[in-house]
Design a binder for this molecule. Structure first.
Ligand code: E4P
Length: 215
């Protein structure tokens, strides 16, 4: 399973990268709005830190302008992947961008049918938002399971990128289901890196070792 970080914060990206687990980055307009400086420079810096797909999202709502924005964003760096919302115009833009060799991550996906359409349009990635589904009492991971099943049934190559992850259980479930990628906020990466029983075990071993040295 590939691991992406869901942030536009350079410090968080560097700290996750040094753990050796980062395969890519997802950003969105909200995440970029939290960072100082020019968003294009920030995206370029991210691409220089992580040698993998870095998602940058369009803000246009119509297909023609989505394509224009996508072409512009993709000039920032070869690692840039274009995030396009799972809408009617988004599908049209995705199909056109596929024809131009520009990779698309269809985002804001909340149903298996949106994922089916994304695959047919030629999206490289589909991003089901599990946390936001959980927020409205719809089990987000069930949607991921359905998408994986549908893609397996027909051999679609679109990769399932589990997004809007809120806790380590989302990550465990995604891995058990065989999701291709999970994108996590830095907080969740920190949570999965640390286990309290490992810390307790180290403390006990060190305390016992002190006794050995005294003997
Ligand atoms: C994914 O690509 C999105 O940027 C992100 O996962 C959204 O997460 P949120 O629902 O916590 O905002």
């Amino acid at each position: 399973m590939k691991v992406f970080i869901d942030t536009a914060n350079i410090d968080e990206i560097k700290r996750a990268a040094e753990l050796g687990l980062l395969d890519g980055v997802t950003t969105n307009p909200t995440l970029l709005s939290r960072e100082k400086g020019n968003f294009r420079d920030n995206l370029k810096s991210i691409c220089e830190i992580v040698d993998g797909p870095v998602s940058a999202e369009v803000t246009a709502l119509d297909a023609d302008n989505m394509v224009l924005q996508a072409e512009d964003l993709s000039r920032i760096h070869k690692n840039i992947v274009i995030k396009i919302p799972s809408t009617r115009d988004g599908l049209i833009a995705t199909k056109q961008l596929k024809g131009k060799g520009i990779r698309v991550n269809m985002t804001l996906c909340f149903s298996p049918l949106q994922a089916l359409l994304a695959a047919k349009a030629g999206a490289t990635f589909i991003s089901p938002f599990v946390g936001r589904l959980d927020d409205v009492s719809h089990v987000g991971m069930e949607v991921v399971e359905q998408i994986i099943q549908i893609y397996e049934n027909y051999g679609y190559e679109t990769e399932v990128l589990v997004a809007s992850v809120r806790n380590p259980l989302h990550v465990v479930e995604a891995a058990l289901m065989g999701a291709d990628i999970v994108t996590m906020p830095f907080k969740v990466i920190e949570q999965i890196v640390k286990h309290p029983l490992t810390d307790v075990g180290i403390k006990k071993f060190l305390a016992d070792w002190e006794k050995v040295k005294k003997d």
